[in-house]
Design a protein around this ligand. Sequence first.
Ligand code: THU
Length: 130
Amino acid sequence: MDTKYKQLIQQAIEIRSRAYAPYSQFQVGAALLTADGQTFCGCNVENGVLGLSLCAERVAMTRAITDGVRDFSAIAIAANPAATPCGSCRQFMIEFNPEITVIVVDADNCESVKVFQAAELLPDFFRLQK
Ligand code: THU
């Protein structure tokens, strides 16, 4: 495990137990580290109207944004089996930092870690000119 992100990984694994995933049974936890050292956690939240389901990553990011923090530096994602973020979450995190470090971990084996940069997961990503 990358020791630099050990704590973040543990937080992602722990928050995963809060997932509300009665339809997929696929629990995901995410822990977002911001540039000022804060951590914001999220889990997936499903709904009987399946398209309304929220991914753990976007829950974590929207919690940070709601608290006024937009400078994202890393996000750890825990699931079993390990899951790289969906396309929507990739686009969502790139809005705030194309270079955010994405740490994907197997929730049942925290030694199994893959590290990416968001832009590498979504080449030629879309950006609306402001
Ligand atoms: N999910 C996440 O929360 N994050 C991912 O990176 C992949 C998928 C959730 C959405 C849904 O609740 C369940 O996993 C199955 O797709």
